[in-house]
Write a protein that binds this ligand. Sequence first.
Ligand code: SAM
Ligand code: SF4
Length: 403
Amino acid sequence: MLRARVEPAWLLRSHPVRALATAAPRSAPAAALVSPRPDPLAAGPDPRTRARSRIRERDRTSPPPSVSPALTDSYGRKHDYLRISLTEKCNLRCTYCMPESGVPLLPPDHLLTTDEVERTARLFVQHGVRKIRLTGGEPTIRKDIVDVVERLGRLPLDSLGMTSNGLALPRKLPALVRAGLTHLNLSLDTLDPLKYELMTRRRGFERVMHCLELAQDLKREGLRTKLNVVVIRGLNDMEVPQFVELTRDRDITIRFIEYMPFEDNRWSTQKLVPSASLLSTLASLHLPGTITKLADAASDTTRAYRVEGYKGSFGFISSMTDHFCGTCSRLRVGADGGVKVCLFGPPVLSLRALLRSPTTSDADLMASVGRAVWGKQYAHNGLGGASGIKERGRMGPMVGIGG
Ligand code: SAM
Ligand code: SF4
């Protein structure tokens, strides 16, 4: 049964957002804030050469990470960021992620063991990976999650992050931070408890809010937290100004993610809200010139902004309308050891088989990874944008991917 709407105390403490959301739009130079990344594959006879030269140019202005050839693709992109999915299980059923019945689960012996996860991470780090993010499914469901973080926390990394829905996290979070967790991306798509149940098909809004407060407190221990919001037209897009108001008094980063098509996830072009249109709406609600663009690092997938005088910031992950494939530095290992070189492509290598073969050395294993990385396509796994992904994509459900 749905519960009555409860405004979280910290939201009530903040600016009266509804007044803002309904205020008469003021003009603002939104278009000036939006400048899509150029797509080198858009036209012309030799896209590969142009893509490579653009990447070389980018590397001249912003030095690329130092990684081994095994983690460099044929376009010259260097991959220093590894996402590891720890499980495909989840305690929510977000409508944009999976069907109500969930996804078929792996036989237990197909899951990488903690030793295998550690060996994989160590090898990638030896070849230049500096950032690892744990994801899933819901990574906190894995019973040995603190042990996993502790082991990876011993590696020479710049950051060890986790993406979580926050439901089972509060009890574990202090131990995870002590074990070495440096970054947390918390997923929360609505500030309305009723809508939360609608979107996740489960209860838990208050627990996630509690988790967010706890994570904010753990900033003292070095934890950096971001909020992830998947935006869906007609469902939660009207809440975007309200989310931005959370950044008024809190040093928090909120990222609005474009809805991406995956297997069985109800995606349609009509439900996709381009980031540029969200930014225009926000610009119309604030005084001209008060939304400023923040500097993005070369490999950032987020375009970040701040409202003048606000403590926090917000940003857009525009994977569909303004992709960042040219600067992609990510590789993914699924819970079963499948290596994906692109979010929108199928696994191209099974690490599990190699990790379990007594005759495969570390060098053999990384040689296989190198061949897989070299074969990475320039953008969207060569599917040519949202419709192609929807029609021809073979990426499976999001939870098998390590989102
Ligand atoms: N269960 C964890 C969570 O929800 O944070 C981690 C796994 S989840 C697959 C990783 C991220 O992918 C979440 O921030 C989620 O909101 C996002 N995500 C899932 N399905 C998506 C979709 N169709 N489009 C865009 N982002 C999506
Ligand atoms: Fe679970 Fe995360 Fe998918 Fe939601 S987005 S169903 S929390 S894996």
